[in-house]
Design a protein around this ligand. Structure first.
Ligand code: AMP
Length: 114
């Protein structure tokens, strides 16, 4: 079984700055923010990469996206805009192997993907 730093955060073994949680996920501020708002939406279910998703995870992934959009609305920057990103494996820049949706916003973001 995977045991990443995000599993430890979910279990409460190491601290994080939580902004949201429910039965399916937790959301906390990224330790090294790349934008004024940088929050990670992390399912409680340990799934290593997007490549490990199966059809049974369809609703779970949708819930991560909806939670990120709802957070942007609550925080007042939904209309201005934001970026959501899932990194996958080495070329995608993934460093923590427990899937997570990055939500970046709070200012105009640079274009490009790298
Ligand atoms: P990725 O590179 O897509 O796997 O994203 C992993 C993200 O987790 C990076 O943006 C890190 O800054 C962030 N991160 C790593 N450790 C922590 C932590 N303990 N608390 C919050 N964010 C973290």
């Amino acid at each position: 079984m995977s045991d990443t730093i995000f599993d430890k955060i979910i279990r409460g073994e190491i601290p994080a700055d939580f902004v949201y949680e429910d039965a399916d996920m937790v959301a906390f501020r990224d330790l090294h923010p790349q934008a004024p708002v940088h929050v990670l939406f992390v399912p409680r279910k340990p799934i290593a990469t997007l490549n490990d998703l199966s059809a049974e995870d369809t609703a779970l992934v949708g819930k991560l996206v909806l939670a990120a959009a709802a957070y942007a609305r609550r925080e007042g920057f939904a209309e201005a805009g934001y970026r959501t990103v899932f990194n996958c494996n080495h070329d995608g820049g993934q460093t923590v192997f427990h899937i997570h949706l990055h939500l970046l916003g709070g200012a105009p973001l640079r274009g490009g993907f790298a």
